[in-house]
Design a protein. Structure first.
Length: 470
């Protein structure tokens, strides 16, 4: 899809979403949408936009619950900055180093992992020079042991300062090392175009765009070394940087971008409409909470790719750098293309197998998610539910949910999850910081609330409040 066609598509999409939002808000009989839980690997049918609470058995209307959809334009203006030429030029450069194996050359300027590291760091140095001091970069040393060799490797780190103290840290990472079919072969052709040149290219492009649009939250961009040999780079980053500097309680999300540029399977199937998100098998973990929050973002905004929520940490027998964060209790997920061309990996993973249009969609989808997580209004705190002492017309007990009002929030989004459900099953917009005398909480295990600002931008959700005794 060329740039003009893509721009026209997004303009039509924005007009359609605005019209849909108007229809929802003006229809008094509309009900909060119900999202049917899906088995592993199956994505529930997405619902576009909010539903307005109604008086026919659901939450009664309480003031203005309409959401300003100008945020669609804001996200479009941001994601339209993703450039296919930039993404592919990075992949071409990375493939051009022939191999990025951890035991390849550290000193050859044109070949090996050292050349790849210098290329990535130079990209960050350029961003830093043009950032008015907002973006800084450094190399983190990683002692790597593989195949009997001990080498000094480096993570390449870029830090984009947030505009608001205490707004948290989002880590966006990808590994830049590669390998052939033989993991001990340090000199054979290991182009790593999709795995994981695509993720590296996306991280650099995200840093370029967000560097010109700082958000409330700080964003740390990390290109990890040594993932292919036991994720030694990300382990060291978590141990020495996140934990070593006492930043753990500030990390609100870690997004691992690993293999996000192809639409094909090994059998010729094509899926260019979805991206998979792996988190953790524990439905109550911080990782799974982040994953369903990401899916909720995808449901509320028509992103370029549909979020396909996976119910395990990674594919069977596989791993990624998000493991290093999950093991320490941090919320972390992996983004990976919907299908995998496993044959065309390792020494066959060349740039001609990367679809630029899909890589653009992957990158812009993740950019939108970062924008919501990092720049939306603060999440509500102090959720409290109490029995109202009243019943509805059917005799069901009613409850009241209240939360602290968030400065700058003009409305809120409420989402409910049934017991054992991996995602949120119902959501609706709400005008106030309290829901009074409602029996509809029955049958749900948990509720979250997110703030919405005057432009319609949703912020990160609150901690899940477990509904008990109803």
């Amino acid at each position: 899809m060329n740039k003009n066609t893509r721009n026209a598509f997004f303009f039509i999409l924005w007009m359609s979403l605005s019209a849909l939002a108007c229809n929802l808000s003006n229809n008094p009989s509309s009900r909060p949408p119900t999202l049917v839980p899906a088995p592993p690997g199956v994505t529930p049918q997405a619902t576009i936009g909010y539903a307005t609470p109604s008086a026919n058995g659901q939450i009664p209307v309480n003031g203005n619950t309409n959401v300003n959809n100008s945020v669609d334009v804001e996200l479009y203006n941001l994601t339209s900055q993703v450039q296919a030429d930039n993404l592919m030029s990075h992949i071409y450069a990375l493939e051009g180093f022939y191999t990025r194996h951890v035991n390849s050359s550290q000193t050859d300027p044109n070949r090996g992992i050292g050349a790849a590291r210098n290329y990535i760091h130079n990209q960050f140095l350029t961003l830093s020079a043009n950032s008015n001091g907002n973006f800084t970069t450094f190399l983190q040393q990683v002692q790597t042991d593989h195949n009997g060799q001990r080498t000094l490797q480096y993570n390449v780190v870029g830090v984009l300062n947030g505009t608001e103290a205490g707004a948290g840290i989002i880590v966006v990472g990808a590994h830049y090392d590669s390998r052939t079919d033989d993991p001990t072969d340090a000199v054979g052709f290991a182009p790593g175009a999709d795995d994981n040149g695509s993720g590296v290219a996306a991280v650099i492009e995200l840093a370029r765009i967000l560097g010109r649009n700082p958000m409330r939250s700080t964003v740390i961009f990390v290109l990890f070394t040594s993932e292919e040999v036991g994720r030694q780079g990300s382990r060291e980053f978590v141990s020495q940087y996140i934990n070593g500097l006492g930043l753990g309680d500030q990390v609100t999300a870690m997004l691992n971008l690993d293999t996000i540029g192809s639409v094909n399977s090994s059998t010729g199937a094509i899926n260019d409409t979805q991206i998979r998100v792996f988190s953790d098998a524990d439905n109550n973990s911080a990782s799974r909470q982040l994953a369903r929050e990401i899916e909720l973002i995808g449901i509320n905004y028509q992103l370029d790719l549909e979020i396909n929520l996976q119910l395990q940490r990674d594919r069977d027998g596989r791993y990624g750098d998000h493991f290093s964060f999950i093991e320490q209790g941090y919320p972390a997920v992996r983004f990976i293309e919907a299908l995998e061309d496993n044959y065309n990996r390792e020494g066959r993973d060349t740039r001609d197998l990367v679809e630029p249009y899909y890589l653009v969609k992957s990158t812009s989808t993740i950019l939108s998610i970062i924008k919501v997580l990092g720049d939306g209004p603060r999440p509500p705190r102090q959720l409290v539910m109490r029995e109202s002492g009243t019943t509805d017309e059917q005799g069901n007990r009613q409850f009241t949910l209240i939360w602290d009002q968030v400065p700058g929030a003009t409305s809120y989004m409420v989402a409910l999850r049934r017991a054992g459900s991996p995602q949120y099953d119902q959501m609706f917009a709400w005008a106030e910081n309290a829901i009074d005398n409602w029996s509809g909480f029955s049958g749900y295990e948990a509720v979250v609330v997110a703030s919405v600002d005057e432009n319609g931008l949703i912020g990160p959700v609150s901690q899940e409040y477990l509904i008990r005794g109803n």
